[in-house]
Design a protein around this ligand. Structure first.
Ligand code: MN
Length: 345
């Protein structure tokens, strides 16, 4: 379901870009989330890139990012499948590429596997004094600005000094639209891909080089929200379930991506929570993540034993599978429930 959202957002962006009809379109990396995207995703990418560059003739530059660049240098990349689309310029692995598009010289630096390869790649990236305009495309974290990190293994640091002298620097990797320097921006992603992005507008930027202006073009995408932390202290499982249900109904979670965190959960509360209520809340929400955090004042779990009162049944086992637990020993809880089930049969 999220995949369809992401496809819709991307298609919406392509529609809008076609309507704007710019002289150059840039995708700054991680078009794909993975080195081997699914056939469905490849088909969508092919269709949209054909529309944009092939059919509408909008020159389009795409570079490889850390997610879609294989760690084996000679494995080839999914993007290369689209090499034969007219007006499409692809820069993947193996160093920087330079493209002349009208009166713009584009220096495209795809994700590099090591810092030394990146350094090598950047050594030749200078504005071309013969070109009317110079544009640099890179993927990674603007150096010294950890707020743009995605905490990905292998993400590269992009030195700020390399960006000087370019009329525009199109940065990729950080998912939210952000300004890095007077002429360097992250356009941002066309959909929300983590809860950290829940408050950010999503879309792309429209850049004019003369006179210089950057305008953010927003794309409509599915709301993502986090409900205020619920305190379970002193509540029975059924009371807690009702409280969560109430909160979800008040925001109408049926079409939203929602995260709920419950703190102060005792073992007693956890095992008396009506599993079927949680299951139906998950069913009725578009996407729902619930985390139960253990009451820190409670003694470490020693197992419930035979004297356990409450619902250690199959429903409880399913419940354990669909929620996140913090501070609880999930394996111990499952074992106890299984033991109880065996004994009661
Ligand atoms: Mn990235």
């Amino acid at each position: 379901m999220r995949q369809e959202d992401i496809i819709a957002g991307f298609t919406q962006a392509v529609d809008a870009i076609i309507a704007i009809n710019p002289s150059l379109c840039i995708h700054s990396g991680d078009l794909f989330h993975a080195v081997k995207p699914s056939n469905r995703i490849m088909a969508v990418a092919a269709e949209q890139l054909h529309r944009l560059a092939g059919d509408k003739g909008i020159p389009t530059v795409v570079i490889g990012g850390n997610h879609d660049t294989p760690r084996q240098p000679h494995a080839g990349t999914a993007l290369e499948v689209f090499h034969h689309i007219d007006n499409l310029y692809i820069a993947v692995g193996g160093g920087p590429q330079s493209f002349a598009v009208g009166d713009v010289r584009v220096q495209a630096v795809p994700h590099c596997l090591t810092a030394s390869l990146l350094k090598e790649a950047l050594a030749s990236c200078r504005p071309d004094s013969n070109a009317r305009y110079n544009v640099l495309v890179m993927h990674g974290v603007a150096a010294g600005m950890p707020e743009f990190s995605m905490a990905d293994l292998g993400e590269q640091e992009l030195p700020l000094e390399i960006m000087e002298g370019f009329d525009y620097v199109a940065l990729g990797h950080f998912h939210n639209h952000a300004k890095v320097a007077s002429r360097a921006y992250y356009a941002g992603s066309t959909d929300r891909l983590s809860q950290a992005e829940r408050d950010a507008a999503k879309g792309f930027v429209v850049v004019d080089l003369e006179p210089f202006s950057v305008q953010f073009h927003e794309i409509a995408c599915r709301p993502m929200l986090t409900i205020d932390t619920i305190d379970a202290t002193g509540k029975r499982g059924d009371q807690l379930a009702d409280l969560i249900k109430e909160q979800l109904q008040s925001i109408d979670s049926s079409d939203k991506i929602v995260r709920v965190k419950v703190e102060g959960v005792s073992e007693e509360t956890l095992r008396t929570i009506p599993a079927e209520v949680i299951a139906s809340l998950k069913r009725d929400s578009f996407s729902l993540d619930i985390t139960f955090e253990k009451d820190r004042s409670e003694a470490p779990a020693v197992g419930f034993g035979r004297s356990a009162i409450g619902r250690l049944d199959k429903g409880f086992l399913q419940f354990l599978e669909v929620v996140d637990l913090e501070g609880f020993d999930r394996d111990l809880l499952s074992r106890e429930a299984l033991k109880y089930l065996a004994e009661s049969e």
